[in-house]
Write a protein that binds this ligand. Structure first.
Ligand code: 3PG
Ligand code: MG
Length: 412
């Protein structure tokens, strides 16, 4: 995608009223509802710094209606206070009179955080920007601002009012985090240094399969290493038999297995599934080969040692490495080995390395190696959509807004 959007460098932001869309959606502890990982909040710091001389109003979401972690943004605001130099306030409203009054009172050098934008029912629809620009959310808030800044890269795959509606009616710019993410990820899609290796694991198979299809069909990947449940789907597609517990969930993955077998037929030489597993047997980890897994009395919770050794070796030989999704249930002691080994191999390689998705990024920080990757994306789904070759609606909306802005400038 052509990166022809405007950035903060294109505007004089001093004293301006800025509507800043952030993604500070965070994992919450299910019992206490406290934020477990504040990395998306910390990642908002460059935007807040860059807009220090403006009046900032933050628009953001937490989870979605109906889910247990659908909460207000009070806690997020408290954490934002600790990472930026400005005075930060929260208002328990999004488009009502209290929000509008608080917005009008926001002074230069201050930050106001509006409540969870998904409290507005309209935000939970996905549609074209022009249509969403007519929602109450956009039509009530837009007149209160001079500029819309989108720095919510992790939500860029959602065509929702707060992402694509405002750019239709306000001058709009990409924020510094969004720019940084796109620069790193586009490097993977344009001219990756070779060999280029992709490591895909975890669940959400329906999100990973399109990535694998795209990077293989476009020739961007020399090696695709598959672990976690993604690995099992590819093994199954190649005729592997599993024990009863695994076969049970694989029935529901029939569609993805069909796609995987298609890919094996076309690009089999570039796809590397696991050759062994770490299984849980009598409370302990046991190594079993793919030959033995059919009769193994325990769930495959990690890739086996031989597999992680091969994966680490391929990573070391590569010049570009991208990873999304863990190799197994790394949260459980004894089953972190596969995920740890591949992350360590990436961290110690001289390649251009990118990790994305909450699990990999979170575990890399637990291991204390997060700063040894070329890029740690704040995104999960948005990064996978981009790597699948899809257009990200929020980026397309910024590009359209830039065209409109240039046209009006030329006419005036
Ligand atoms: C995410 O964490 O995936 C983004 O914040 C987008 O949230 P969503 O998947 O609920 O739309
Ligand atoms: Mg998501």
């Amino acid at each position: 995608m052509e990166l022809d959007y405007l950035t903060l460098n294109d505007f004089d932001i001093r004293d301006k009223r800025i509507l800043l869309r952030l993604d500070i959606n965070s994992p919450l502890d299910p019992t206490t509802n406290r934020i477990l990982d504040d990395s998306r909040i910390v990642a908002a710091r460059p935007s807040l710094d860059a807009l220090r001389d403006a009046r900032i109003v933050v628009l953001a979401h937490q989870s979605r209606p109906g889910k247990e972690d659908f909460t207000s943004l009070q806690q997020h605001t408290d954490l934002l206070k600790t990472i930026c130099s400005q005075r930060v306030r929260f208002v328990e409203d999004v488009i009502g009179p209290s929000a509008r009054e608080a917005i009008s009172e926001t002074k230069r050098g201050e930050v106001l955080v509006l409540d969870n934008v998904r409290l507005c029912a309209e935000e939970n629809l996905e549609d074209k920007g022009e249509k969403l620009a007519k929602t109450n959310l956009v039509s009530r808030l837009a007149p209160l601002f001079d500029l819309y800044v989108n720095d919510a890269f992790a939500t860029a795959h959602r065509s929702q009012a707060s992402m694509v509606g405002f750019p239709c009616v306000l001058p709009s710019a990409a924020g510094p985090l969004l720019e940084k993410e796109l620069t790193a990820l586009n490097r993977l899609l344009k001219e990756p240094e070779r060999p280029s290796t992709y490591l895909l694991g975890g669940d959400k198979i329906e999100d990973k399969v399109p990535v694998i299809e795209n990077i293989l069909a476009t020739g961007k990947a020399d090696h695709v290493l598959v672990g976690g449940n993604v690995g099992k789907v590819f093994l199954k597609a190649g005729g592997q038999k599993f024990n009863e517990a695994e076969e049970e969930w694989l029935v529901d993955a029939a569609n993805q297995i069909r796609k995987a077998s298609d890919m094996l037929r076309k690009y089999g030489d570039r796809i590397v599934p696991p050759v062994d597993f770490g299984i849980l047997a009598n409370g302990k980890r046991l190594e079993v080969s793919t030959r033995e897994i059919e009769n193994a009395a325990g769930n495959a919770m990690d890739v086996g040692n031989k597999t992680s050794e091969t994966f680490a070796h391929t990573i070391k030989e590569s010049r570009t490495v991208v990873a999304s999704g863990p190799m197994g249930v790394f949260e459980q002691a004894g089953f972190e080995t596969g995920t740890r080994r591949v992350l360590e191999a990436m961290a110690s390689s001289g390649a251009f390395t990118v990790i994305g998705g909450g699990h990999m990024a979170g575990y890399a920080s637990i291991l204390g190696i997060a700063d040894r990757f070329s890029h740690v994306s704040t995104a999960g789904g948005a990064m996978l959509s981009l790597l699948s070759g899809e257009e990200l609606p929020a980026i397309a909306a910024l590009v359209e807004a830039a065209k409109r802005y240039r046209k009006t400038r030329m006419a005036s």
